[in-house]
Ligand binder design. Structure first.
Ligand code: UDP
Length: 315
C-alpha cells in the first residue's frame, strides 16, 4: 500500500511540528506548509532528511498547489497567541478565511479528509462553564481578539458548508490552552512568559488580579487526541484540552514553587476581552476516542522549563 499522504498547514509551528513528528512516526508521508509568520524552521529541521517528509514554504492564504495525491489535509496554519494575532490581525483573518478556503479546496480536489484546528476562543468569554461543544459562545466581533475568534468561527462555518455541500469528510477540533517544547519564549502566552521570567530571575507578570482561569494541556496529550480524531469519521466539533482548571495566580504560585527561585509576582493590567474562565468539557472526546490527558501540570511544566533552558538561549 502507498503511504498515506498528509498535508499539514502551519507545520513548522508549535502544534504543527509536533503533529508532523507524530505522523512521520506513524508511517505517513507528510507535506508540511508554512510561511514562518510565527513558525520556525528549527521546529522541523530534524525531519528534513526523512524520505517521508517534504517542506514547502508557502502562505496558505494563497492558492495551494500539490502535484500528488493527498489523503488528509490538516489545517493548522494561524498565529495563535494573543500577542501574535493582535500583531498580525489581517494575516490572522486571512488564514482563517482564505487559508481555510484554500485548504478545503485542496481537500475537495484530492478527495481527502479535512481537519480544522479550531479553538476554545470560539466560546469567547464563556457564560457556560465548563464549555461543551454545543455552547455557541460569547464573542466580541470588534474587540482585539475578534480577528482570531471570528476567523476561527468563520473557518468552522466554511468547513461545515463544505461538508454539507460537497460531502467532504471533515473534523473540527477545538483546542484549549496547550503548552510544551517548541513554543516561542516570546510568544506572549502565559507559560512561556512565566518561564522566561523564572529563568531570568524576573517577577512573574500576572494580568489583572489573576483570578481568570485556564486549563493547560501538555502537547503530547493533545497530539494523541488529534491523531485519534483524525482517524475517526466524526463530522462535528470536538473539544480537546485538559479539564484541570487553575486561576492564573495559582499557576504563577505553582511555577514559583516548582522553580524554587526568589522571583516574585507583579500585577499588570488585564488585556481587553481576556476570557474570565475556561475549562473544556471533554466528555465527547472521551466517548468517541476514549481519550483523556495523562500528563500532570507539574510534570509537563518541568519538561517545558527544561526544554526552554536548553533551547531558548539568552533572549
Ligand atoms: N497572562 C498573565 N501574564 C502573562 C501572560 C498572560 O497573567 O504574562 C494571562 C492572560 O491575561 C490570560 C491567561 O494568562 O488570562 C492566559 O493567557 P495566554 O496569552 O496564555 O492565552 P489565552 O488563554 O488568553 O488565549
Amino acid at each position: 500500500m502507498n503511504k498515506r499522504v498528509t498535508v499539514v498547514t502551519g507545520g513548522a509551528g508549535f502544534l504543527g511540528s509536533h503533529l508532523c513528528d507524530k505522523l512521520v512516526k506513524e508511517g505517513f508521508k507528510v507535506i508540511c506548509l508554512d510561511n514562518f509568520i510565527t513558525g520556525n524552521l528549527k521546529n522541523i529541521r530534524h525531519l528534513l532528511g526523512s524520505n517521508n517528509f517534504r517542506f514547502i514554504e508557502h502562505n496558505v492564504s494563497k492558492y495551494i498547489d500539490i502535484g500528488e495525491p493527498v489523503d488528509y489535509v490538516l489545517h493548522f496554519a494561524s498565529p495563535a497567541s494573543p500577542v501574535d494575532y493582535m500583531k498580525f490581525p489581517i494575516q490572522t483573518l486571512k488564514v482563517g478565511s482564505l487559508g481555510t478556503h484554500n485548504a478545503l479546496g485542496l481537500a475537495l480536489k484530492k478527495k481527502a479528509i479535512f481537519m480544522l484546528a479550531s479553538t476554545s476562543e470560539v466560546y469567547g468569554d464563556p457564560l457556560v462553564h465548563p464549555q461543551p461543544e454545543d455552547y455557541w459562545g460569547n464573542v466580541n466581533p470588534i474587540g482585539l481578539r475578534g480577528c482570531y475568534d471570528e476567523s476561527k468561527r468563520f473557518a468552522e462555518a466554511l468547513t461545515m458548508a463544505y461538508h454539507r455541500v460537497h460531502k467532504i469528510d471533515i473534523r473540527i477540533i477545538r483546542i484549549f490552552n496547550t503548552y510544551g517544547p517548541r513554543m516561542r519564549i516570546d510568544d506572549g502566552r502565559v507559560i512561556p512568559n512565566f518561564i522566561y521570567q523564572l529563568l531570568n530571575n524576573q517577577p512573574l507578570t500576572v494580568y489583572g488580579k489573576g483570578k481568570q482561569t485556564r486549563s493547560f494541556c501538555y502537547i503530547s496529550d493533545l497530539i494523541e487526541g488529534i491523531y485519534k480524531l483524525m482517524l475517526k469519521p466524526v463530522n462535528e466539533p470536538v473539544n480537546l484540552g485538559n479539564p484541570n482548571e487553575f486561576t492564573v495566580l495559582e499557576l504563577a504560585k505553582i511555577m514559583l514553587k516548582l522553580n524554587g527561585t526568589k522571583s516574585k509576582i507583579v500585577f499588570k493590567p488585564l488585556p481587553e476581552d481576556d476570557p474570565r474562565q475556561r475549562q473544556p468539557d471533554i466528555r465527547k472526546a472521551k466517548k468517541i476516542i476514549n481519550w483523556k490527558p495523562k500528563v500532570e501540570l507539574k510534570e509537563g511544566l518541568l519538561k517545558t522549563v527544561e526544554w526552554f533552558r536548553d533551547n531558548s538561549g539568552s533572549h
